[in-house]
Design a protein around this ligand. Sequence first.
Ligand SMILES: *Cc1c(COP(=O)(O)O)cnc(C)c1O
Length: 472
Amino acid sequence: MINSNQFRHNAHQFVDWMADYLEQVENLPVKSLAKPGEIFEQIPGNPPAETEKIEDIFEDFKKMILPGMTHWQSPNFFAYFPANSSYPSVLAEMLTATMGAQCMIWATSPAAAELEEKTMNWLRSMIGLPQYFTGVIQDTASTATLTALLTARERASNFEINNKGFQNQKFRIYCSSETHSSIEKGVKIAGFGKENLVKVDVDEFYRLDTDKLEMAIQEDIQKGFNPLCVIATLGTTGSTAIDPIKEIAEITLKYKIWLHVDAAFAGSALILDEYRWMINGVEAVDSFVFNPHKWMFTNFDLSAYFVIDKEALIKTFSINPEYLKTNNEGAVNDYRDWGVPLGRRFRALKLWFVIRNFGTNGLKAKIRDHIHFASWLEKEIDKHPNFEIITPRTLNLVCFRYKPANIKDENLLNELNQLLLYRVNETGKVYMSHTKLSEKFTLRMVIGQTNVTEQHVNNAWKLIQQFAEELS
Ligand SMILES: *Cc1c(COP(=O)(O)O)cnc(C)c1O
């Protein structure tokens, strides 16, 4: 085992490596080219009985692990949604790991609880939520949505399901056919049953169709179901469609249904005044989640969950065994009662570093840049005779496909685009992903990595055109 002096020495080495890595990451193959089992086979079957030197482990990290990593912090990463990071975030994460505090209740680290409360207040005002929302950090949006479903369930059953289990309640949950898979997962875990998740059709822009939502609710009421919760998405995964919160809220108010907003990715754009329209109607929302760990330069994981009815949340999750009783109950926030896990990392620290070091203006400038680059790319694609935009861009995601004029067959176009995606990603110079929109194999390019520039986007676009030409 190493001692303090060696730790100091290794840590300095590592920081040099970290700085070099981040400077040079764009030259590495962005998507790992490892084959299944390739890394596994290099690791010995048994753990070492005796100490091994940090230097040796570090060498193996570089030799065996790094080639199996996809470089999410590369500015050539345009796939899925980003999970971006930044210098202030990494620096704070080093402090968090070093202190290794368990921040389950206020008493186990008062600063963690109080900084969490303050940074959530900051975020609330940065994204324009009304003051009567209260924030809490969750690990992921999936957990936050599960938390919303459980709270809605408990409030509607007068907190009886927590005690007795389900007593023939026939709850129904509603979302659009474009919502994230985490909603279905949450519905299953919360005990509602997947069959009670109603996936409502979307309109031509992939937004939840509110007429169809109301029809589905009325039909369910007639059949004796109890409509419990609607989940609206602000920024769908396929195409960043924005469900119309205001119209949905009119329906949920009318039928007294919990309204949860999943803004996991797109929520970061709310710090820009010009995108505040996305939360028109938010006053009537019961809960809201977005992920600073996606597009706010705060490394994974940190999901911000906001609720109006804080008491219902705490009543759903609180536990109070003897060994956790303290004198401060009620006067302070014991966050173990605000969600699923008991144990909690000190996550607020990195968010505090990020917001302070960027400043809200710095954050706004970055997000605006990303949207601007995406807008440039959209225009380029639109101008090109052999490419088409599949659905108009909302933020920084461009959905498009290769469509040479002489090819009309939809199946062939799907195959061509699948092949194009594979070829482009295989170069290691760019990493994109895909989705299906109206049965069309759609290429997705998200421009949200912390250090992405117009040059990276331009290079990626050139590469795509070049490979497309080679295909035909
Ligand atoms: C990414 C995403 C999720 C899942 O987020 P996690 O934090 O990974 O659970 C859910 N919904 C939407 C709309 C997303 O973009």
